[in-house]
Design a protein around this ligand. Structure first.
Ligand SMILES: *Cc1c(COP(=O)(O)O)cnc(C)c1O
Length: 437
């Protein structure tokens, strides 16, 4: 019997090897174990089609399929962040520390997230992560963690103010990004917003006169991604806390204590000491951890949030809890390292790179890094970059790892502030690969 797929005639399209035969290639069998059969099969089918169209020799189907395999089963690609933006929302905000990565890996399988191994009984979910947060902010009577900052605020509004009023300054009606606006988010919770003051100026009396039997709490939102300058005034938490209703403070970026590097950035401990009843914040901005939403404050309020039905819908994953605890307990995380990187060290790294890129028009230039959408819009951090021809931008971005910089005056600037020094070698290899292409 003749097998139509095995026809050894002269037409190359008829000599394309069968899928099963190609899948038996040891390299593709190994890849099936890590990437899954459907991914590997798709690469084989695509290579067979190319062979049928005469684009590649039939004998090379397995090689072509191997070359086309993705490096990993998920398609999110690692990026070397050479933008100089420390907390870059489009690049996933805070990169995790090695300690956090290790904790995540350990928690991937079955884990004691809700079990006390000593007694064999059910335990409070994420108790150690919560204990680490409580330990980091002694001013908080109680703490809770949800999926992100927006979830923390939604839970507070729903549990404490549904059907009632939240008093908020017109100067703090913030759009977070990507079209999401806090007033809209709060509106979805069933709470009514009672706006007071003006865009540029709000006084204590504005809040005081708005307070009535319907008031659930006063909300203070940190305008974390913009500044208003000129004829402005706003009311500090300490003064708001003299009014007879609870004050909820959305500090945004998640600093737990004052940071001398970012003197204008609010922090949880100071807000609580100033009299806030509840503080909400993000976990993946200046805190440097996984995406999470923090709730810290009065024991009775936090308990009401924790018990609210919505809390279950906003519950954090075990992987988040693992990364979060390790971020709090572990050594300085990458966000902190990037913020505190010494410009002289960045300059010498840039020089060492420039000196080892033969045939590449590379120089070393002074630049400014920024904290990013995650906070401190005013702060500029002096930095150093490798400057390459702008034509390098696209191929570097498309590489694996991808390298993302910024183009300025026809030069691609690769700011080293957010590139861990352990990645200089990968950066060099990526640039040389583009040079050779
Ligand atoms: C970032 C931010 C949020 C939203 O936090 P996510 O973690 O992104 O959900 C809310 N409020 C302020 C002030 C912020 O800066």
């Amino acid at each position: 019997m003749t097998d139509p797929h095995r026809d050894t005639g002269s037409d190359p399209r008829r000599q394309v090897p069968r899928t099963d035969a190609v899948l038996a290639d040891p390299r593709l069998r190994a890849a099936t174990a890590t990437l899954g059969r459907s991914t590997v099969k798709a690469a084989v089918v695509a290579a067979q089609e190319r062979a049928r169209r005469g684009e590649i020799p039939p004998a090379s189907v397995a090689d072509v399929a191997v070359a086309a395999l993705p490096e990993r089963a998920a398609s999110l690609r690692p990026v070397i962040n050479a933008t100089g933006v420390v907390i870059h929302t489009n690049l996933g905000r805070a990169p995790l520390s090695a300690a956090a990565v290790e904790a995540v890996v350990a928690a991937t399988g079955y884990t004691d997230v809700e079990l006390d191994l000593a007694t064999g009984r059910r335990a409070r979910r994420g108790r150690d992560a919560l204990a680490a947060l409580a330990h980091a902010v002694p001013a908080a009577e109680a703490v809770h963690v949800v999926n992100n900052g927006a979830a923390a605020l939604s839970l507070a509004a729903t549990a404490l103010a549904a059907g009632r009023e939240i008093v908020v300054s017109r100067g703090e009606m913030v759009e977070i990004g990507d079209g999401f606006r806090l007033p809209d988010l709060l509106g979805c919770t069933g709470a009514r917003l009672r706006e007071v003051g003006t865009t540029n100026r709000t006084a204590l009396a504005d809040y005081a006169t708005a307070i009535g039997p319907e008031t659930a709490f006063l909300l203070k939102v940190h305008p974390s991604n913009f500044v208003v300058r000129g004829f402005t005034s706003s009311v500090p938490v300490r003064e708001l806390a003299t009014l007879p209703v609870p004050v909820v403070v959305d500090i945004g970026s998640g600093l737990l204590a004052p940071d001398p590097l970012l003197p204008d950035e609010p922090d949880a401990a100071s807000a609580l000491e100033a009299g806030a009843a509840l503080v909400t914040a993000s976990g993946d901005k200046l805190l440097g951890g996984p995406q999470a939403g923090l709730l810290l404050g009065a024991g009775e309020l936090v308990e009401r949030l924790r018990r609210h039905p919505l809390a279950r819908a906003l519950r954090v994953d075990k992987l988040t809890l693992a990364a979060f605890e390790a971020t709090l307990r572990g050594p300085a995380h990458p966000v902190r390292q990037a913020l505190s990187a010494d410009p002289a060290g960045l300059k010498s790294r840039a020089r060492a790179l420039a000196a080892t890129l033969p045939g590449v028009d590379a120089d070393v230039v002074r630049t400014m890094s920024v904290v990013g959408g995650g906070g401190a819009p005013e702060v500029e951090l002096p930095s150093w970059a490798l400057a390459l021809p702008a034509g390098y931008a696209t191929p570097l971005r498309l590489g694996d790892p991808s390298v993302v910089g910024r183009v300025d005056h026809d030069r691609l600037l690769l700011d080293l502030r957010c590139v861990p020094d352990g990645l200089d070698k990968s950066l060099r290899e990526a640039i040389l690969a583009v040079r050779d292409a």
